[in-house]
Design a protein around this ligand. Structure first.
Ligand code: CTP
Length: 224
């Protein structure tokens, strides 16, 4: 158990490749990474029937339990473990079994709205926004939702047009302004390699949170 020294937020539209970027930038720090998918903090909708849960707008900020996320992130930052909820996309609800998560050197929060909440943003040492063309994102989403999340094609298209796309434009895209860096699609690019080196050096070189508030005023970028 350790006090985390570096907390990264990775936002971007659905299918942008956030998970891939997260994996690449943290490659150099081995097992010292804890991944916190924002999806796990979707509100508990056990009180609704499945058919009602299917109709929820999952791309609106109100779909998430922000208070729980803030509390659990703070707990990890204090070096304490959490019982993280786990989300089941097929049931549109949390599972009954939370996951025990111990704090590690690096924490990565990733999700469409990872840079949305002001208090969460303040806890992040580095804020990334992964930018990927919308056509590429929707193609990935169709494949993923149909193959991995048990959805039918018409439903995926209808959801994309009615909520995913408009919410992306209204809420997700504007969070780009909170990002320290906008990472272009394609994980093997210069930005990702520089970040990987930087994060490794940060963890190996010091236990202090040297980037902590520097990134908030932009000066951390001078170090890249
Ligand atoms: N979502 C859904 N059904 C639910 C809950 C969420 O379809 N019951 C969808 C939301 O519409 C939202 C998406 O899940 O758009 C969020 O997951 P996303 O960020 O798309 O995950 P990835 O595509 O895995 O991210 P990336 O490809 O960038 O790694």
């Amino acid at each position: 158990m350790s006090i985390p020294s570096f907390v990264i937020g990775i936002a971007g539209g659905t299918g942008a490749g956030k998970t891939t970027v997260a994996r690449h930038v943290t490659e150099g720090v081995g097992d010292a990474v804890t991944r916190i998918p924002l999806d796990n903090y979707y509100e508990d909708l056990s009180h609704l029937a499945f058919e009602e849960r299917e109709q929820v707008n999952y791309d609106h900020p109100s779909a998430f339990e922000w208070e729980l996320l803030r509390t659990q992130l703070s707990t990890l930052l204090e070096g304490q473990p959490i019982e993280m909820p786990v989300y089941d996309f097929e049931r549109h609800n949390r599972t009954d079994d939370p996951e025990h998560v111990e704090p590690t050197d690096v924490i990565v929060l990733e999700g469409i709205l990872a840079l949305y909440d002001e208090e969460v943003n303040e806890m992040l040492d580095l804020r990334l926004y992964v930018e990927t063309d919308a056509d590429v994102r929707i193609l990935r989403r169709i494949r993923r939702d149909v193959i991995e999340r048990g959805r039918d094609l018409d439903g995926v298209i209808e959801q994309y047009l009615s909520t995913v796309k408009p919410m992306h434009e209204q809420f997700v895209e504007p969070t780009k302004k909170h990002a320290d860096l906008i990472v272009p699609e394609g994980a093997n690019n210069v930005a990702v390699n520089l970040l990987e080196e930087k994060i490794r050096a940060e963890i190996e070189g010091s236990s202090s949170r040297t980037w902590e508030r520097e990134s908030a005023d932009g000066s951390a970028m001078d170090q890249l």
